[in-house]
Design a protein around this ligand. Structure first.
Ligand code: V55
Ligand code: FE
Length: 489
């Protein structure tokens, strides 16, 4: 018998588990889905299969539940499946949770010792004709992009010896090469990064191992024409704390953010660590080079947004105390003091960026984010909610001058989920096309998939596909054109 889930902030209300798999053929659609859209919008949300082993749990520790919106000829078919990880299958067999706290195997049932702890709950991306469900504590899990059947965890046929793999790989738009890494690559609480370049057929064409200045959190990365960047956020892991049943992460207000910079094909001897002031590091907008300098665009906050991982004194800010901006961080390879210089690109409280994938690693102008317009909300922000649950607008930011080019808010009782950008066609100018995203209609306890035209963002959706149920907040997702659904090897 399955006991009820706890009524805690990260497990109730909009974040109550869905525990649901299924299909809806032909969603009902208001408006017109552009006929030229042919592909799938994939996204993944943490959605725990069973009530937590330790009584309560955090949003980030739920089983990965992938959804796909297959869009073709103006129709949209919906599909939702769990990532059938070894952990999911073992718990399903036992009909209860066997795995304990986030990234802490010392809190697990003895029967699962040594089994993969991945949930695949953080991002889904296409590579080599497969859909990869990603969680930064483990190796990636391959899925069939059309059926969402789970094919299994992969070390790329033995080529990847890192124990872990990022949820935020970057793809070179010219070559299709996947730039990726694992941190804690040699095991829990180690300070090793294993960096890989994997070509579109799945062959590892470059590998480099190096160590971080401290065992921090490296949630995202960036690439430029010649370099790869690894931003380390000031949390630390500690094996003794984990063995005592404590949290994997501790916030470190006294530590700098460090930015690892390595040439694309560099080795450990080439890594340089730039230092910037203590901050909470968000998601990569993009990075590029200009005049020999590297520019990295990323939101930085004044304090720890993961309030469930406090500092050594047990302190964490109230979410209302968090202030941040989208920053442009300059990393000058010629600087001998290795200081990172940051200036405000936009004061917007904006996160979960989507750029035009054709401009990743290069000079770019257009980026779409979720914004937070607190004046437009009429339901009180509650503390300790998952970090991504209070955004309520889509914002089109101009990365040349930091201005808001346009925005759209779905209404006073709605929040939004991470958008993806799809070019209008192969020859479309940068940023010209469509934004696809879920909107949470809190008054109706129901979600919509909206299709926005980026040329007329403020006019609202050109098409709205109504889902007949609530969709928990996803973390991340991606768009894949239909041409990507075939394997090259
Ligand atoms: C993040 C999310 C994670 C994780 C580590 O957004 C960092 C940051 C969903 O899981 O494991
Ligand atoms: Fe992320």
């Amino acid at each position: 018998m399955t006991k009820p889930f706890p009524r805690s902030p990260q497990m109730s209300g909009w974040e109550a588990p869905q525990r649901f798999e299924g299909d809806i053929y032909d969603l009902e659609i208001e408006g017109e889905v552009p006929e030229d859209l042919d592909g799938s919008f994939f996204r993944v949300a943490p959605d725990p299969q069973y009530p937590p082993r330790l009584g309560d749990d955090i949003f980030f520790n739920g089983d990965g539940s992938v959804s796909a919106f297959r869009i073709q000829n103006g129709h949209i078919d919906f599909k939702m499946r769990y990532v059938q990880t070894p952990r999911y299958l073992r718990e399903r067999e036992a009909r209860r949770s066997l795995f304990g706290a986030y990234r802490n195997p010392y809190t697990d049932d003895a029967s699962v010792a040594g089994l993969s702890r991945t949930t695949g709950n953080t991002n889904v991306v296409m590579h080599n004709g497969l859909l990869w469900a990603l969680k930064e504590d483990s190796l990636p899990v391959a899925m069939d992009p059309l059926t969402l059947d789970t094919l299994g965890e992969s070390d790329f046929a033995g080529q990847v010896s890192s124990r872990t793999f990022t949820a935020h790989p970057k793809f070179d738009p010219e070559t299709g090469d996947m730039f990726c890494f694992g941190y804690e690559a040699k095991g829990y609480a180690t300070d090793d990064i294993a960096y890989y370049v994997i070509d579109p057929s799945g062959a590892v064409k470059h590998e480099a191992w190096f160590r971080m200045p401290y065992p921090g959190m490296v949630h995202d990365m960036a690439i430029t024409e010649n370099y790869v960047l690894f931003p380390v956020a000031p949390f630390t892991s500690d094996l003794e704390r984990m063995k005592a049943g404590g949290p994997h992460w501790q916030w470190e207000p006294g530590l700098d953010v460090v930015y690892g910079v390595i040439p694309r094909l560099g080795g450990p001897e080439d890594v340089r660590w730039f230092h910037g002031p203590n901050a909470f590091v968000g998601h990569t907008l993009n990075a590029f080079e200009d005049g020999g300098r590297i520019y990295y665009d990323v939101p930085l906050l004044n304090d720890n947004a993961f309030t469930w991982w406090p500092d050594a004194e047990g302190r964490a800010p109230h979410p209302a105390e968090l202030k941040g901006a989208v920053m442009r961080v300059e990393l000058d390879p010629k600087r001998t003091d290795l200081r990172a210089q940051a200036e405000v690109l936009s004061p917007e409280l904006a996160e979960f960026p989507a750029v035009d994938d054709r401009y990743v690693s290069a000079a770019y102008r257009h980026v779409f984010l979720m914004g937070m317009d607190l004046s437009a909300m009429d339901f009180g922000p509650a503390p300790a909610l998952p970090a991504n649950s209070l955004f309520n607008t889509f914002v089109h930011l101009d990365a040349h001058n930091g201005t808001v080019r346009s925005s759209w808010a779905p209404g006073p009782s709605a929040t939004v989920q991470e958008p993806v950008f799809v070019p209008r066609g192969p020859g479309a100018p940068e940023g010209d096309g469509y934004l696809l995203a879920l909107v949470n209609r809190h008054d109706e306890v129901r979600s919509d998939l909206v299709v926005l035209d980026t040329a007329h963002l403020a006019d609202g959706p050109v098409a709205t596909a109504r889902l007949p149920f609530r969709m928990k907040n996803a973390l991340h997702g991606s768009w894949a054109g239909a041409e990507e659904f075939t394997r090259s090897s």
